[in-house]
Ligand binder design. Structure first.
Ligand code: NIG
Ligand code: FE
Length: 423
């Protein structure tokens, strides 16, 4: 019985090990193992080292050898720590309107925006919603993303939020990527709620949070702190209650106006996401805390607004993750690698900072400590890119896809990559 696997040789294996959680990184800090191998046992990494050494050490009776031909770069499985991939319908109409000059908030006020997706998602049965979520997760998996956070927030009533979280949980049966559900019932005040924003949040506190606990639907609570959504003052009692019940907190903060990041720090949130308009004081506050900043370049590209000040956050000593925010409204592209490489160009990020932002720093934003690096004892989640030089990956701006994606020690996706050959 062969219960071990040895994968290699790998031209360059980037472990992402030995790097700090916070602050700027130089590419020279990257640990790069050449002609490496990964020894896998039961879904976890048993050993990483020189392929030849590992190959001589193994017992062929108990180890399956997966010998690679050609040049490959191995990276830890990517972690997308902020998505909204559980939804129905398209908002192509909103997109065209926005490009013609109508703002995101104006569209929302006129009945488009998030409410449009809520209407379509409510009309979709749970099984169909699970299928849509799994299909998107599998596209992500084939692009090297092995862990995907997925938010609710298009249900906006107790039963519909429960339905969405149920869809995310059942989508897990249809994908090998790990799905991490988050409750975003505080996305916006539903149009059909009879009462004000405070009354809605009170209903979430007293009725929804106990159901989430009892039915184990999620241990993460998110809220959109923004004009037209919820104010910091309105959200605080809701977060207070969620914290006292043991939920982790994450916040959609400082996207169009400031205020959300301070709440994230006050409540010791796992992450504060967006931060496009955060200023000097907010960044200082963030850097002095354990909150991970999550840049969402896909939302900046989708809305035509400025990018999260990632460079400043890192230089001030903050922890920076990068996520896709894949959603039907502000970030329809859903290509994490393309967006991360664009952010690198726009914000002068090193390759090490980008790779950290979509691996172990993103894992920290989700409170996961068993992944994000290629290291003994961690999950055997990694991708192989068809190149001999790790710098080709961001240089190709998302067009260089992994040829193999491994999740929990199994090959979960295999692709043929066709690139126009570079000279
Ligand atoms: O992260 N900012 C609020 N929520 C989402 C967008 C949701 C939508 O437009 O459907 C975001 O960008
Ligand atoms: Fe979002």
């Amino acid at each position: 019985m062969k219960n071990l696997k040895l994968v290699g040789p790998i031209k360059q294996l980037l472990t992402l090990d030995g790097l700090p959680l916070k602050g700027a990184l130089r590419d020279s800090q990257l640990e790069i193992l050449e002609n490496a191998g990964i020894l896998i046992k039961g879904g976890k990494i048993l050993e990483v080292g020189k392929f030849e050494t590992l190959n001589q050490k193994i017992n062929p009776d108990t180890t399956q050898l997966i010998e690679l031909e050609g040049d490959f770069v191995a990276l830890p499985g990517f972690i997308d720590c902020h998505t909204h991939i559980c939804f129905s319908g398209s908002r192509a109409r909103d997109f065209a309107l926005r490009n013609s000059g109508v703002s995101y908030l104006q569209i929302a006020k006129a009945g488009g925006g998030i409410w449009d997706t809520v209407t379509q998602t409510r009309e979709t049965p749970q099984s169909k919603l699970a299928k849509l979520t799994a299909d998107r997760a599998n596209r992500h998996l084939s692009e090297g993303i092995t862990t995907i956070e997925v938010k609710s927030g298009y249900g906006l009533s107790i039963p519909e939020e429960v339905k969405m979280l149920g869809s995310i949980i059942s989508a897990q049966q249809k994908t090998k990527a790990d799905l991490i559900p988050t409750c975003l019932a505080a996305h916006t005040l539903p149009r059909d709620f009879e009462g004000d924003r405070e009354a809605y949040l009170e209903e979430l506190s007293t009725k929804l949070l106990p159901i989430l606990k009892k039915e184990r639907l999620t241990n993460r609570i998110d809220a959109f702190i923004e004009k037209g959504a919820f104010t910091a003052k309105e959200i605080e009692p809701y977060f207070q209650k969620a914290k006292s019940m043991g939920f982790d907190i994450t916040v959609h903060a400082d996207q169009f106006s400031r205020g959300g990041l301070a709440v994230a720090v006050k409540f010791g949130a796992k992450s504060a996401d967006h931060l496009e308009v955060s200023g000097r004081n907010e960044i200082k506050l963030l850097a002095a805390s354990d909150v991970v900043a999550v840049a969402l370049p896909g939302a900046s590209l989708g809305l035509g607004v400025s990018f999260t000040p990632a460079r400043k956050i890192l230089d001030q000593g903050g922890a920076l993750a990068i996520a896709s925010d894949w959603n039907p409204g502000s970030a329809p592209m859903g290509d994490l690698l393309a967006q991360a490489s664009i952010l690198a160009t726009m914000q002068n990020l090193s390759t090490a900072e980008v790779f950290a932002g979509i691996t172990f720093r993103a894992a920290e934003a989700l409170g996961l400590h068993d992944r994000g690096k290629i290291k003994t004892g961690l999950l055997a989640d990694f991708s192989l890119f068809p190149t001999a030089d790790y710098r080709e990956i961001l240089y190709n701006q998302g067009k260089l896809k992994p040829v193999q994606v491994w999740k929990n020690g199994l090959m979960a996706s295999r692709n043929k990559t066709k690139l126009y050959p570079n000279p």
